[in-house]
Write a protein that binds this ligand. Structure first.
Ligand SMILES: Cc1ncc(COP(=O)(O)O)c(C=O)c1O
Length: 365
């Protein structure tokens, strides 16, 4: 049975992007951030291919346990730490590392007590200006001292923070965050602040661990400019099929709400993907798609199971032709930009009815 929508995951591209990240920060260890099911690519497959990473960053215990059960032996860091005291037991059981970003988490560690060999590697988070997670400038050193007295913590503690504006490398807040992080982490032996954007554009932020996510999947971490200047390759190519072709007259309105009215006679193609598959419903008229390699435009509102496209750039299109929604030949960043969102959201949003196929483009599988 032919799938109506499918995602091809190019494992060689993933490996290639990892090598770009490592080459850009050769002195640092690399924690590959693969939360949200490996940014929508399948967390276990991604971790297996990224075996050269020094560690993995995930959002929650479930993701971490999944990786350990799949045989991952490297550091696995819970980027938001634990959500309850009970989770700490599992953290210890699975030899996970945790971020500590608030007092309650320190209290839970104190309650856990000493467990010599299975104490927990701990990263202490500074709120250096993002004002999301982390201890404030005034509370950070006291939190560190309290953690150092805590027998459940395996030292030395790593200082961690996160940029709010690294996607605009010239943003003045980057330097402000960095200088606060520098000042407060001076006596930590291990530090980490760089995400993909900082890894590529702010080498002064590399420190001991870099934490790339999106660049590993071949998308640009910057607000403007694509991924190509960095030789990143797309990992996910999302595909569907042209399954109906219609001739419409000038004035015909297409789809729900009739938000596209044909300005002249038109040939419209129906493509077997919609918001029920994770294609963004808010993608407007003009969003690019590739029909059999030809660049065409979305017209009309995105439905749950299908979209309509203007076939004027491909008059020979046939039912059964493959359509690329993003990936090889059409950057996910361009589609995200057209749809008023970011590649992260598109990649993470693919639903379970899309079939996944893993291939290694270098081995021609
Ligand atoms: C704490 C932390 N570090 C690193 C990353 C990776 O960021 P990016 O995907 O932009 O490289 C994320 C992702 O959101 C994160 O939350």
């Amino acid at each position: 049975m032919n799938p109506r929508a499918w995602a091809l995951i190019d494992l060689a591209a993933l490996k290639h992007n990892l090598s770009i990240a490592k080459a850009a920060a050769p002195e640092s260890r690399l924690l590959a951030v693969i939360k949200a099911d490996g940014y929508g690519h399948g967390i276990q497959a991604v971790a297996q291919v990224l075996s050269e990473a020094d560690g993995f960053g995930v959002a929650c215990l479930q993701e971490a346990v999944m990786l350990r059960e799949a045989g991952v032996e490297q550091t696995i860091l819970l980027l938001e730490g634990v959500f309850s005291f009970e989770e700490l037991q599992l953290v210890r059981q699975h030899d996970l590392s945790i971020v500590v970003h608030q007092l309650q988490q320190i209290e839970w560690l104190e309650r856990l007590g000493e467990h010599d060999n299975d104490a927990i590697p701990t990263w202490l988070k500074l709120d250096s200006g993002m004002h999301r997670l982390g201890f404030s400038e005034s509370a950070f050193m006291a939190a560190k001292e309290r953690l150092q007295r805590c027998g459940a913590v395996r030292g030395p503690i790593t200082a961690i923070s996160h940029f709010a504006n690294a996607d605009c490398p010239d943003h003045p807040a980057n330097e402000q965050q960095l200088s606060l992080f520098n000042a407060l982490s001076a006596d930590f032996s291990q530090k980490s602040i760089a995400n993909s954007a900082a890894l590529l554009a702010l080498p002064q932020s590399h420190y001991d661990w870099v934490r790339p996510g999106i660049m590993l999947f071949g998308s640009s971490p910057f607000l403007s400019g694509g991924a190509s200047p960095y030789q990143l390759r797309p990992v996910m190519t999302l595909k569907a099929r042209l399954f109906a072709i219609k001739s419409l007259k000038k004035g015909d309105a297409v789809g729900y709400g009739g938000c596209w009215v044909c300005p002249h006679e038109m040939t419209i193609g129906l493509v077997s993907i919609g918001y029920g598959d994770g294609y963004p419903r808010h993608a407007p008229n003009g969003t690019p798609v590739l029909v059999d390699g030809h660049r065409c435009s979305l017209v009309g509102r995105v439905s749950m199971d299908m979209i309509s496209v203007d076939l004027q750039n491909h008059p020979d299109a046939q039912c059964g032709d493959q359509v690329v929604l993003w990936g090889e030949g059409l950057a996910v960043d361009e589609v995200a930009n057209a749809a008023g969102t970011i590649s992260y959201e598109l990649l993470c949003g693919i639903t379970s009815r899309v079939e996944f196929a893993y291939l290694d483009s270098e081995q021609g599988e």
